[in-house]
Design a protein around this ligand. Sequence first.
Ligand code: PLP
Length: 428
Amino acid sequence: MSPAPVLPDTTSELTRTGVFNTVAKTAPSVTNGFVHHHHGTSATLPELDASLLRFNLTSSPRRVPEPNSPEVLSMKTCTDHMITASWTLADGWAAPEMKPYGPLAIMPTASVLHYATECFEGLKLYRGHDGRLRLFRPSLNCRRMLMSSTRIALPGFPPDELLKLITKLCAVDGPKWLPKSRPGTFLYVRPTMIANDSALGVQKPKEALLYVILACFPTLDRSAGPNPGMKLLASQDDMVRAWPGGFGYAKVGANYGPTLLAQGEARQRGYDQVLWLFGENCMVTEAGASNFFVVWRTREGRMQLVTAPLDERIILDGITRRSMLELARERLVNGWHDIEPLEVVERRYGMSEIVEAVQEGRMIEAFAAGTAFFVAPVSEIHFRGVDLPIPLAAGNIGRYTGLLKTWLMNIMYGKERHEWGYVVDEEG
Ligand code: PLP
């Protein structure tokens, strides 16, 4: 038997050791610098390699629906192609393939169908106002996908190889599905990994399938229309989204299914999303599948942007969240034209602080931020029988929220040249 792999000082931590071992076996190039010598044959198995991509292009192209048509609203329409890559414990990663979009064949015993061995990502492909196609900071999604896959005992892969595959699919299907005549539109990119072992035993998967699809999504702008602002329903004590030591920080399917009951209930009661609280102090964590921010004035008179921290590992490290924090730190801490300087704070905070800020007139704005709903102003939070109104200072969106949202949109749609905008060179 080969000796145990060389690990960083994490040997007593079950999860971190498991993640490290998975990466060392399935994507050894990612652990370069940690692994000093390889063991047995596993280290030589093929890694995910985008340069091996095989093409099997469609002979029956699909029709592109009109933006926001009923077909798009149904969220069932995908583009002409998808990319798949399969992995087995015995043989490593096979050559990826671009092929016509269509059903997957898996056995009823497949691990994912029973044990939620699944993870995914969500990002968007934007048709810029300058006519170019862009992804937004996609390497962050690919790194997060690796973190999620290894958390759920799925294989690792070099994140750059996933990025190359995503880029290729966007380059092939983007020109037709996001025509230049529709600047300001987007497609939703969904990389997914599932364990498709057809063995019912509860065990680490020995087979997996990575796939990437591009879906047509409606434009969901919560600051437009007659009722701007989302209404949030704070979660009750009997429903917790994530907890310390759990997996709330990973984008695994197991985090989502169990929240749909509360989400449905919130909708039925006239709210848009659930505001997920945690613990006895009703710590504020996330809103639906978005990170949550407040802007308030402290009792000492300082203007602050506040959001929950990552170190508890119960919220997702959102790419929109990161970008909002980075932009606010770069552009707002000293004020912006006639707008007051803003302190940027990542810390634990509870509902009692929100209640006090509202009651004392110190609440300025609140918003949810994530890829799917982008930046959505919040106009009301219902907490334990009380409706807390949140101001929307500039009529339909707060001033800080509006500025941050515009800056991000300008980067996504190419109005501002920025390193976060990742240009996709089109094919065909
Ligand atoms: N929180 C959760 C639970 C999510 O599912 C998402 C959605 O992706 C986010 C936050 C926002 O993350 P991002 O900005 O990367 O889309």
